[in-house]
Design a protein around this ligand. Structure first.
Ligand code: PMP
Length: 477
């Protein structure tokens, strides 16, 4: 049966989407943080689908609600009203601060960001949009211009992504705001920053005698002593002044970059960047597709961890525990600007089944205290995996917040060159063979992404750690 599946895949499915693993997994069943293949082997899913399964595969409550709704009403399209949509709108808006109270329901993260881009333009009357180097905001023609992670750079006729003739008015800043300008290894620090004593994931103490940020001003969080924030801001201003002038429409930021390999910004950086964008009449968009719904632990939304209030928030993935669903939330004022200029319509957006599932997901997060679990287990996980940095020269960095952790692999800590892809692939494959699924990310696909469902336990973190460590030891032999 397995070889037949491979043959069908090869013949009929797009080669663009390369399957994880030399021997791709044929999955059969899921339960909470576990997945089972067609031969009955089980895997601890520390990638949550693709950061999509927020409360657990086939969570019993979510499944029960979905089954009930399926028998009652699946679909009407958004030109008709139905109570699951209104119930969901009320629940979701209660979780967002004023004035973020108007919701547009769509089906995917790319679609949500497309709509956010249109909103920003309709509201500001400007066209230029900025995103960060290393960002991932989707792969629709519009959002391709915002996406800028190495492996997703689209070499299409006319250029890369939206810098092509497809949508020339989308602008991507050339500044090295997130990464070092010169270093090809863009996210690895060369300092002895260690997780803070209180385990606030992503906050590090910096040993300021080591000039980490002069060498590599990328992901040092110890901004107080490293001046990283000031340098980021200088570059950000540079981009605004030289490339965008006064006409910025919008600025997109993931509170933590996910696809780029769990890359964080210096403290206070986003706050200042938001202010600079607003001074020039642009709106600020938080892409919470990966960071929302309590995954970061300390707060429900990633933007709250930066103490900023966006004008538009986009969300997908975990919103439906993996069911296709997404949303854009904005202010009444911006919603009005859009309504004046555009009839926005989505055939499937806000369908009864998605909304019922979305409501069940929110209830489970609350009832099972999953945000608190993200905080507790996430902190435990970051500290535990951070030990690998001391033990292995090929572990260049361990970073993150809550249940979003990145382990960046290098050839050695001196050269900081990314570990070759074949070697990273092997470690990845070995983890799978020992029953652990983790994700990959980063410009060179060099960063493992450890992003389990929010119901994960410390015992499972221990298991994941042992497997990952065993795979590294195997690699060194
Ligand atoms: N934004 C972010 C931050 C993402 O990680 C992704 C997906 N990886 C998207 C947007 C696009 O979402 P989708 O694949 O649902 O279109």
């Amino acid at each position: 049966a397995y070889s037949r599946v491979l043959a069908i895949h090869k013949q009929h499915l797009s080669p663009v989407d390369t399957a994880y693993f030399r021997k791709p997994l044929l999955l059969h069943q899921g339960h909470m943080e576990w997945l089972f293949d067609s031969e009955g082997n089980r895997y601890l899913d520390f990638f949550s689908g693709i950061v999509t399964v927020s409360v657990g595969h086939c969570h019993p409550k979510v499944s029960a609600v979905a089954k009930k709704q399926i028998d009652r009403l699946w679909h009407t399209s958004s030109v008709f009203f139905h109570s699951p949509m209104h119930e969901y709108a009320e629940k979701l808006s209660a979780l967002l601060p004023e004035p973020l109270k108007v919701i547009f329901l769509v089906n995917s993260g790319s679609e949500a960001n497309d709509l956010a881009m249109v909103m920003a333009r309709a509201h500001s009357n400007h066209t230029d949009i900025i995103s960060f180097r290393g960002a991932y905001h989707g792969c629709s023609p519009y959002t391709l211009g915002l996406t800028n992670v190495g492996i997703y750079k689209m070499e299409v006729p006319g250029g890369i992504g939206c810098q092509s003739t497809m949508c020339p008015d989308v602008f991507r800043g050339p500044w090295g705001g997130i990464h070092c300008r010169d270093s090809p290894v863009q996210t690895v620090r060369d300092c002895s920053c260690a997780p803070g004593p209180n385990g606030q994931g992503g906050r590090r103490e910096c040993h300021s005698n080591i000039k980490c940020c002069d060498l590599c001003m990328c992901v040092c969080f110890a901004t107080d002593c490293c001046q990283a924030k000031e340098r980021y801001i200088e570059q950000f201003k540079d981009t605004l002044n030289t490339s965008v002038a006064t006409s910025i429409a919008g600025f997109f930021a993931e509170p933590i970059q996910g696809v780029n390999g769990v890359v964080q910004y210096p403290k206070e950086f986003l706050k200042e960047a938001f202010a600079l964008v607003r001074e020039r009449g642009g709106v600020c968009i938080a892409d919470e597709v990966q960071t929302g719904f309590g995954r970061l632990g300390s707060h429900f939304w990633g933007f709250q961890t930066h103490d900023v209030l966006p004008d538009i928030v986009t969300m997908a993935k975990g919103i439906g525990n993996g069911f296709p669903m997404a949303a854009v939330v904005t202010t009444p004022e911006i919603a009005k600007s859009l309504a004046k200029r555009l009839l926005h319509f989505s055939t499937f957006g806000g369908n009864p089944l998605a909304c019922a599932i979305g409501s069940a997901v929110l209830e489970v997060i609350e009832e099972e205290n999953l945000q608190r679990n993200s905080q507790e287990v996430g902190t435990y996980m970051l500290l535990k995996f951070a030990k690998l940095r001391d033990e292995f020269d090929i572990v260049g960095d361990v970073r993150g917040k809550g249940l979003m952790v990145g382990i960046e692999m290098v050839q050695d800590k001196i050269s900081r060159q990314p570990l070759p892809k074949t070697e990273v692939n092997q470690i990845h494959e070995d983890c799978k063979d020992m029953g652990l699924l983790v994700g990959r990310g980063g410009n060179f696909s060099q960063t493992f992404r450890i992003v389990p469902p929010m119901c994960v336990t410390k015992m499972e973190v221990d298991f994941a750690y042992e497997v990952f460590r065993a795979a590294l030891i195997q690699h060194m032999e």
